[in-house]
Design a protein around this ligand. Structure first.
Ligand code: FMN
Length: 351
């Protein structure tokens, strides 16, 4: 069986799961055109995840990918959190606001969330994908027993092998160009920063599983290029941010259309994990702090979201988590179904 048959799609195109951006309407519009639509439930609770899956199903009977975060549960370090809040105090003050008194782990890792596992087994989306690591063995067994196809992000060979050994069906090779959070399993380990081209090629050679390339792919030419490298499909995130159905806010869309798109930055300051963002006030703040000053993911994100809320209340959008990949200047603002049709046409022209 080919990967596309396993995923139940006609086109080798996956709309990336994007927490906060990939709405059920976006995923449904993509799936209805023969590509794979994805929603991300890493930042919501199981009840909300089920409502999101139902919302996709109300709009589409096609395949759906549901994405969860598998990071190591956060270790609270009160001294680092307090000093980080002190560091951010002047930024809050510039919006006549104060930082929160303390920070919390604002959402659970799937690794520690068997209520989410039960929700997924009950809803049985065709596909579940993992970011930031792998779930526990028994969670993989339960999802497989429910007939769910499993994908996992890898940023290097060791992660790809670990995912293959754990029993996933295909690997998402996420290059350093990619927008959003880097899927690296251990954010404190040395990052080899492999680009999409090299990583895809290496994983195709080293692993016995289908590889899906992700990072910097924005059009049919990019999709054709990674297929030629041996990938079975391409996963595109940034390409879909400005679609009508996405949940990106106006400030994010404006930033994407600005010069900032030419200057994406890998930063840890917003959430506590490295993530590629459009250059904005938050990435500039992050440029002058060391990793050790920043609390663990997602505890740091509690502060990041509070600072963004204070800024937005003052009509400033530069503190948003405006994730985007290096291909950002190539974005197109269209209804998602139209974008998929154009990608398919461009792919045919370059095949
Ligand atoms: C706004 C945004 C949010 C993202 N959120 C997630 C997520 O929740 N889960 C996940 O596995 N990947 C997430 N990613 C990463 C994508 O899966 C994918 O690796 C990336 O978008 C590919 O690079 P590109 O943006 O250059 O296409 C996100 C990417 C973006 C741009």
């Amino acid at each position: 069986m080919t990967l596309l048959e396993t995923l139940g799609i006609n086109l080798p195109i996956i709309q990336a799961p994007m927490a906060g951006v990939s709405s059920p309407a976006l995923a449904a519009a993509v799936s209805n055109r023969g590509a794979l639509g994805s929603i991300a439930v890493g930042a919501v609770d199981p009840a909300r995840a089920r409502r999101m899956i139902v919302a996709v199903r109300e709009r589409s009977a096609h395949a759906l990918n549901v994405n969860v975060f598998c990071h190591r549960p956060a270790q609270a370090e009160r001294a680092i959190e307090a000093s980080w809040l002190d560091h951010l105090r002047p930024y809050f003050a510039s919006f006549d606001a104060a930082p929160p008194n303390e920070l919390h782990e604002i959402y659970k890792s799937f690794v520690a969330d068997d209520a989410m596992l039960a929700a997924l087994v009950a809803e049985r989306p065709r596909i579940v994908s993992f970011h930031f690591g792998l779930p526990r063995e028994e969670q993989i067994r339960a999802l497989r027993a429910a007939g769910i196809v499993l994908l996992a992000t890898a940023t290097n060979v060791a992660e790809g092998r670990a995912a293959a050994d754990a029993g996933v069906h295909a690997i998402v090779a996420q290059g350093y160009e990619a927008g959003g959070h880097r899927g690296i399993f251990d954010p404190d380990a040395q990052d080899s920063c492999l680009g999409t081209l090299a990583l895809t090629r290496i994983l195709v050679r080293e692993l016995d599983l289908p590889v899906i390339a992700a990072g910097g792919i924005m059009d049919g030419a990019g999709i054709a290029a990674v297929l030629r490298l041996g990938a079975c499909a391409a996963q595109l995130g940034t390409a879909f941010i400005a679609c009508d159905e996405s949940d990106a806010d106006a400030g994010y869309r404006d930033a994407l259309a600005s010069d900032a798109a030419k200057h994406t930055v890998m930063t840890r300051a917003i959430s506590g994990r490295p993530a590629r963002c459009l250059k904005n006030q938050f990435t500039m703040l992050g440029a002058s702090v060391s990793d050790r000053q920043i609390p663990a993911y997602p505890i740091a994100y509690d502060a990041g979201k509070a600072l963004n809320a204070a800024a937005k209340a003052a009509h400033v959008s530069g503190y948003g988590a405006q994730w985007a990949g290096q291909g950002a200047p190539l974005f197109r603002a269209l209804p998602a179904g139209e974008l998929v049709a154009i990608l398919a046409r461009e792919l045919a022209e370059h095949a």
